[in-house]
Write a protein that binds this ligand. Sequence first.
Ligand code: SF4
Length: 101
Amino acid sequence: MALFITDDCIRCGACEPACPNEAVGFRGDIYVIHVERCTECVGFRDAPACQEACPVDCCVSDPDHPESEGDLVRKVLALHPDDESLRRRVEEADVPSRYRR
Ligand code: SF4
């Protein structure tokens, strides 16, 4: 399930550099999370980086885009095909994930 940014966003930009998938962008005059790139940080962190970085708690789960942990692992591997460290973590079942906290 990707995250999305609510209307409470104050446009501080803290989320954009925090994302390991470059899923956060600026569109028009608002920050958005691109669904096709968001893995809920599965593969890199055990909590969504944008959620932790946001000072007003406006990065929230998007119920319109349900994905299983397995879906998110496949997605992160597709986004980073040359990341051997990530691939090794997946093969060793040692994947940082909010679902394993
Ligand atoms: Fe990026 Fe992680 Fe936030 Fe998704 S949850 S937009 S991957 S920082």
